[in-house]
Design a binder for this molecule. Sequence first.
Ligand code: 5RP
Length: 233
Amino acid sequence: MTADELKKQAAARALELVRPGMKLGLGTGSTAKHFVDLLGARVVAGLDVICVATSEATQAQALSLNIPMSTLDDTPELDLTIDGADETDPQLRLIKGGGAALLREKIVAAASARMIVIADDGKLVERLGRFPLPIEVVPFGLEATRRAVAEAVGAAGAAGELILRRDAAGAPVVTDGGHLLLDAHLGAIARPELLAQALNAVPGVVEHGLFIGLASGAILAGPGGLKLLGAIE
Ligand code: 5RP
């Protein structure tokens, strides 16, 4: 079975959590895209939900499927957010932002009573950090911010290159919020909470991809079946 088929299985299991009348957060990325596709089919069949997207890409996909969309201004409290992740550890601490949507993803997750992660089981790691940690920064003062981020990373007991994310044409990737991304190649993050605190304190850092205390459960699909972490129902 391919990784994409596994992602679709996880998405299909998450769809079982959706009830009529729910206010949903819709994640970003290839796994969340499967969920939105499946949700769209249910909406066509009469399911009544209202949704908030975590990116312009997901917003466009959902609208193309006639999923009723709202904003956090009009719908500031959500019942459930379904989103992918780049890594999760067994305690449901996540790295997110591989798809450049971490800022809106974190805001939407924080506005949700529950966030459930959907992924193939290759995303489950004992220790976070093999996937480069995305750090969203404002363009102003980029080099000064990069140095301050390096210091904060070191103070939290981690180390590694900070690489400005670029697209295939070599241009810096600009997020939906108009910011840039530094990908921190840390290898292993011994103390994610400490690193999250240190990054939060750096002027110029808008947000980072460590999601701690936000996910209540995870649906991980592997060749041997689904593995559930945390509270799913
Ligand atoms: C986007 C994200 C995605 O959830 C993460 O990158 C996983 O993506 P995929 O489902 O394509 O593996 O955080 O910012």
